[in-house]
Write a protein that binds this ligand. Structure first.
Ligand code: NAD
Length: 707
């Protein structure tokens, strides 16, 4: 049973008991209804307390039931709430730690509520592209007032119980308990008191009976609509939150409930909601590695060393300092160390100036940072992350040194973006301790961390790195070893298509605009200018010399030959006014592209935005299918996580694999075959990957491969 029942004196206690967060799964819902029936039938029971075991009152829907018919099977949540509300004996909800989503809605169906201080209260459904669907939009405004309720519902953010208790006239909490420890005693005392009070048969208070009005409803809801329009560009749910709360003020309770239901059901079917729910599940799945069990022992990481205090080394260090883990930075020369530390200071000072970081915290973090020029000083570190030049010779030197000095059991990680982690591991006598930790720039900001699993990386090393990644608040995705790992290997195909599009008739601005309209944070050319076009240039020089049979557009090389590396040189695919970041289309670049087209003998054609988007996005999809087939990624949803957290893929589209499923793999493959007919493109690349063909033949989708 996932709901417990006991009788204490004349009070029955129903305890939600579905670890870890008392999700309201079917068996819990059944348990609550059965327990309530027992309490009502027991003549010795005068009142009921409903509470949660362990870490929460309840976090709402049970994640394990997500998307399964069980989530809606009777008694559904609304039926449970109705049963509690209709109980002839008073029901007191005793809330602690977490009362969110369906959990809060359940409490709102009880007659009385008492909360421990510090209880996190939220209706976070909007974050899944939904509105609360079990009366939250109708009862919460009645309990705390229209404006505070709408703020809570539209933001989805948690608010502490003591703050809500301060709202004048609020009816959400009848009492705040003195502490979490005294909550149950106080709840039982409250239950006894209200039982005595209603012994005469006087009606029990119900939130649904409270009035719900806004004195300037028309103006307020208009204002609220304008606010959410600005905030939630691609998502319909926030505006529907406003509609539902407005109904609470204008309709009878049951009619408002019916409206809430209609809005909820319609939102459930929107692509945006499907994408957000996919993201929610994908995020949790990414932390699981199929052959590394959750109980794999982990190594202790109490001290970290970072080799190289450049762009990446500094940002990587900040992640650990932020998490309270001491870091030693190692460089070859003192001035490089000084520069690195100065950059870290500058970044923190900017945060202090913006009020995002307290001055005391800044000092605490800097106090955790030490520097050295000597490997002897880092020998005792539990984890060392190498972030030196991207050159296999330099990596060899560093890893041989590390192998010589590091204590046994230390984890040796490389932040390489393109080099072979197995080769790096082979520079040591302990390849089982070597792993890739591929951070993205700026490393202290970007969420994504690709954990690169070498052929010999030990399972406990992987488990440890995944756990430490979580501790420093990264989204970790495991990638096997290949050129570019998951993310950069795919982006290579996307960039290649962007280059071909220029040769065939597009301008950089046209390509960027089309993909930005699709929802990407930045198009490939604005991105190149920001990151520095020279980086790709060096990589191409290596890659395409090694693989001369691969076709690619030389346009980007021509750009670099003009010294147009991007924002840092004041000119790239676009022109930039001094000190400004606005991308201004450049006549020089347009001329350069036209000249290049003439040299190739290509007559330019009009290319539609649809074709631009499809070629860029399906290039990602086809390469990803190869990556899956090769076992480089464990599941399609991991690839979506890489793109959503590291590459600015539009969240409301759910990532390239989810988007391909949504479009239909048959349609995607048809488009690929069309692109293969284009004489200026790469026909070989556009053969749909065997995995895509197999899924189509079996009537399956990428989602069927998620595990
Ligand atoms: P960078 O040039 O900014 O910094 C490298 C630093 O390493 C320099 O400060 C240099 O003095 C130091 N260094 C070089 N050889 C050393 C040695 N033998 N011992 C100690 N220190 C040494 O480079 P970066 O952009 O920070 O890149 C570092 C690594 O991170 C590379 O492998 C790169 O591929 C990878 N990476 C870079 C990015 C990015 O966007 N810049 C993103 C992900 C990964």
């Amino acid at each position: 049973m996932t709901a417990q029942y006991e009788v204490r004196g004349e009070v029955a206690v129903i305890t939600l008991d579905n670890p870890p967060m008392n999700g309201l799964g079917l068996s819990t819902r059944q348990g609550v209804v059965a327990a309530l029936e027992r309490a009502v039938a027991d003549a010795a029971v005068q009142a009921v307390v409903l509470t949660g075991a362990g870490q929460a009152f309840s976090s709402g829907a049970d994640i394990k039931e997500f998307g399964s018919p069980k989530a809606y099977q009777d008694p559904n949540l609304i039926a449970v709430i109705n049963a509690l509300e209709a109980s002839p004996k008073p029901v007191v909800a005793a809330l602690h730690r977490v009362a969110m989503g369906g959990g809060l809605e359940l409490a709102l169906g009880c007659h009385y509520r008492i909360a421990a201080p510090g209880t996190q209260v939220a209706l976070p459904e909007v974050k899944l592209g939904l509105i609360p669907g079990a009366g939250g939009t109708q009862r919460l405004p009645r309990a705390i007032g229209v404006e505070p309720a709408l703020n809570l519902i539209v933001s989805g953010e948690p608010v502490k119980s003591e703050r809500l208790a301060q709202i004048p006239g609020q009816k959400l909490f009848d009492r705040l308990a003195a502490s979490a420890d005294s909550l149950m005693d106080e709840a039982i005392a409250l239950a006894q008191a209200v039982a005595a009070q209603h012994a005469d048969g006087s009606p029990l208070p119900r939130v649904r009976d409270l009035p719900c009005k806004h004195p300037q409803g028309d103006a307020y809801f208009q204002f609220a609509r304008n606010m959410v329009k600005g905030m939630a560009r691609h998502f319909p749910a926030p505006a529907k939150c406003v509609d539902a709360v407005e109904s609470a003020t204008r309709k009878k309770f049951d009619d408002g409930m019916a409206h809430e239901r209609e809005l909820f059901v319609n939102l459930m079917m929107t692509p945006e909601c499907m994408a957000l729910r996919h993201l929610f599940v994908a995020e949790r799945a990414a932390s699981k590695i199929p052959d590394v069990p959750a109980d794999t022992p982990q190594r202790t990481i109490a001290q970290v060393a970072v080799i190289g205090a450049g762009t990446m080394g500094g940002g990587i260090s900040m992640n650990f300092l932020n998490a309270g883990i001491p870091v030693t930075l190692l460089e070859m020369k003192q001035d490089a160390l000084d520069r690195g530390v100065a950059t870290i200071r500058k970044n923190y000072e900017a945060q202090v100036k913006k009020g995002k970081l307290g001055a005391d915290k800044y000092e605490q973090r800097m106090a955790l940072l030490s520097t050295t020029l000597s490997y002897a000083d880092i020998a005792q570190a539990d984890l060392v992350i190498e972030a030196v030049f991207e050159d296999i010779g330099v990596k060899e030197q560093v890893f041989k040194q590390l192998d010589a000095v590091m204590k046994p059991g230390a984890i040796l990680a490389s932040n390489t973006s393109t080099l072979d982690v197995d080769r790096i591991a082979a520079f040591t006598q302990r390849p089982q301790d070597v792993v890739g930790m591929h951070f993205f720039s700026p490393a202290n900001v970007m969420k994504l961390l690709e954990v690169v699993r070498g052929a010999q990386t030990a399972k406990d090393v992987l488990a440890t790195v995944m756990a430490i990644g979580k501790k420093i608040k990264k989204t970790c995705v495991v990638s096997g070893v290949c050129d570019g790992f998951i993310g950069n290997r795919m982006i290579e195909q996307y960039s290649r298509q962007a280059g071909f599009l220029l040769e065939e008739g597009c301008t950089p601005a046209q390509v960027d605009k089309a993909i930005e309209r699709f929802g990407f944070a930045m198009g490939p050319f604005r991105m190149g200018d920001l990151a520095g076009n020279d980086i790709g240039w060096y990589i191409r020089k290596r890659r395409y010399v090694e693989q001369p049979d691969i076709r690619y557009s030389k346009t980007a090389d021509l750009l670099c030959e003009l010294g147009r590396f991007g924002q840092k040189t004041g000119a790239g695919w676009y022109d930039y006014a001094p000190g400004k970041r606005d991308a201004i289309p450049s006549p020089v670049v347009v001329d350069m592209i036209e000249q290049h087209r003439q040299d190739l003998g290509i007559a330019p054609r009009q290319i539609s935005d649809d074709e631009i988007v499809q070629r860029l996005v399906y290039a990602l999809v086809n390469e990803a299918a190869h990556i899956l087939e090769e076992g480089i990624a464990s599941r399609p949803s991991d690839i979506d996580m890489v793109y959503l957290t590291g590459y600015g893929f539009p969240i409301h589209r759910g990532g390239p694999m989810h988007y391909a499923d949504f479009t239909g793999l048959f349609n995607v493959a048809q488009a690929m075959k069309r692109f293969a007919q284009n004489p200026h493109d790469d026909a070989r690349f556009w053969q749909p990957a065997p995995l895509i063909q197999r899924l189509i033949a079996e009537g399956k989708t990428f989602a069927d491969l998620n595990r």
